[in-house]
Design a protein around this ligand. Sequence first.
Ligand code: SAH
Ligand code: DHB
Ligand code: MG
Length: 224
Amino acid sequence: MTDIFSAVDGYIEGLFAKEDEALAAAVADMKAAGMPGISVSPVLGRLLFVLARAVRARRILEIGTLGGYSAIWLGRALPEDGGMITLEVDPRHAAVARKNLVRAGLSEAVEVREGAALDILPRLIDSGEPPFDFIFIDADKEPYLDYFELSLQLSKPGTMIVADNVIRHGAVIDPARAENPAVAGVKRLSDALAAHPAVDATTIQTVGVKSHDGLALAVVREGR
Ligand code: SAH
Ligand code: DHB
Ligand code: MG
């Protein structure tokens, strides 16, 4: 994206989202492990933190851990007795994330659960897992709508569900890219959110060091 957006992102980061040693080391270790640089940015990590605080999240679910960068931001939003589960299909990613969470002092609060989200989520539902207050969807894009529907079954009124990467540099409004599986996946979720009776939802587009993308925000309604 243009320089001004990155520069302002740096300004916001300097005000609200400066990385401490644990976050900086997490980024360095992911890079050293050859993992893709697709964690949320510091400013978006801070946004997740503020949103989790806004709903006073005591129980957080994340779908897509990578190296635990967003998990550190979200884990830090938890109260002393809170807890978080984050799902990761790639054992190498999960191993790096666990190390990063230990260094951040969050290994007790945040559990990295290894496996495919479409396997783990139904098991959480069937085992009577209590509802989560905040859910962050950020794994593979094609099943985004499935992740949302399963997330709803792990929610209660007031639960905030956030989905990353729903704008994709504007690809979502480009007819030439409508068939791209990732684009189609996030669009399917956005269309469903716009019409869904169980949530009040919207999308914010984001710019900055991660270029142009967006977050879908949905809050579960009362008495659905
Ligand atoms: N939330 C992270 C970034 C996640 S990147 C952060 O911002 O720090 C997406 C992650 O989802 C990758 O680590 C990828 O391995 C994982 N993933 C992909 N498909 C998955 C699936 N089916 N189930 C669980 N995790 C999956
Ligand atoms: C990309 C970015 C993400 O935040 C993500 O979860 C997956 C992919 C990307 O830029 O390709
Ligand atoms: Mg993402």
